[in-house]
Design a protein. Sequence first.
Length: 466
Amino acid sequence: MAGVAVSAGTPVAIGTRSLWLLPAAALLVAAGVLAEYLRWRHTRFRCTAERLEIEFRFAVHTRKSLSRERIRTADLTANPLHRAFGVAALTIGTGQQDTITLSPLARADAEALRTELLHRTPQDSTEDGPIRTFDPRWIRYAPVSFVAPALGLAAFGSLFKVADWFGAGGRLLGRLLGLFGDLPLAASVLLLLVLAIAAGVAGATGLFTEMWWHYRLDREPGGTLRVRRGLLTTRSTTIEERRLRGVELVEPLGARLAGAARVDAIATGLRRDDDKTESKTLLPPAPKTVAHDVVAQVLGERVETVELVPHPPAARGRRLRWAVAAALGPVLVLLVLGALLTDVPLVLGGALALVALPVAVLLALDAHRGLGHGLRGRYLVTRAGTVRRGTALLARDGVIGWTVKQSVFQRRRGLATFTATTAAGSGAYAIRDAAAGEGLVFADGAVPGVLTPFLEASAPAEASRT
C-alpha cells in the first residue's frame, strides 16, 4: 500500500503543487493497514470432508463455501513480502467464477491443504517426477515476443506523461531530438523508435526472467501436473491429468522464426479468464525440440511426426485476397488525403504500399502453408495461423460436437470451416478452409457418430439432385 501511494502520489503532488496529497496518501496507507488487520482478525475457514468454508464476521457477516467435489484448482502465490514472512496465498477454484482465496497461510499449511483438496493419493509411480526445468538460455526468446515493442512504447508514453505533469512535455521532446545533433527530423524520430524498442527488449527480458525463473514442470503422485515458476513472486499451478483434454503448441511469429514454441494445456476446470493468462502454460517459449519432448511426455504422442492433410489452393487465394485488402486499406486512405490536402500523405502512402504489400503476401502464403489437420492415436490435430500459429492436439473423446460453417464465398470454392467444440480450453478448435467433402469425411471419422445422421440425411438429397 505504501509503495502504491508513494509512487503514484508523490509525482502528482509535486507536479500539481498539491502537497496536501502526501498526508492523504499516508491516511490511505493507514486505512489499508486497518482494513487488512480487521479482515485477518475476523476471518475463519474450515475444511471438512464435504466442503471448504470461509467466513467473515464483523460489521457484516459473509460466508462462502465450495463443495470439495467441485474443486478443480488450488494454486499457490507468494510475493516478496509473503516470502519474507514464510507465508503464501492459496486460491481454490471450481473452474467457473467460484473461488476462495486464503491469504496468507503458512507455506507448509498451504501446501498441505492444496494436496488434500486435490484428492491426491500417496502412491508413487515410475512416471512421477520432473518433466522439464528452466534453462537460462531460453531468455533469448524474450526479445522476439510482441511484448518488447509494446513495453518500449509504453515506457516512452509514461515518460512523456510524467513530464507533462511537471509541464515539461514539450521541452522533453525537444531535448530528446536534440541528442542527435543536426540529423534530419525523420532520422531523429527513427532513432527514438530504436531507443524505444531497445527499452522494450530490456523490459521484456526482465519480465520473462521474473515470470519464468525457477520454472519446473513435475508429474506428481495421484496424476497431477504441477508448474512452479517465478523469481520475485513465486507461483504454483496444478492441473489434474484426468481433466486434461490435450495441449496446444503455440508459435508466435517472432518465436517461430527463432525456432521456439510454448506449450499450453487444454483442460477442463480452468476459469475462463485463466485462458488468457500463463496459468495454462506448461512450458514457456523454448526450443521447438524441447516443446515436442514436453508434449510427448505429457500426452504420450509425438506431434512433429503427425502427417497433416494440406488445404486446397482455394484457401491460399482467400488469404491472399484478405491480406492485400488489409494492406491496401490504409494506403488508399493516405492517397485520398494526399489528393485532397498535400503531397505528404501521397509519399507516405507510396512508401507504405512498397512495404506492406510484400509483407502481406508473404504472411498470406505462410498462413496457407500452416493450415493442416490430421489424426494421431486418440487425438485430433489442427494447425492454423501465421502471426500466432497454433497446433492443437485435442482428445477425440473430449469433442462434444462439430460446427460446420460455409460463407457464400467458401461455398463457391468448395471450402468449409469445421469447428470441434469441447468443454476444455477455449471451447472451440477450428479446421479452417478445408475442402468441404474431405472435411466432412474427416470430421465423421475423427469423432464417429456425431455427423453420421447428417451425412445419411444429405445422401438422398444429393442423389435426387444428381
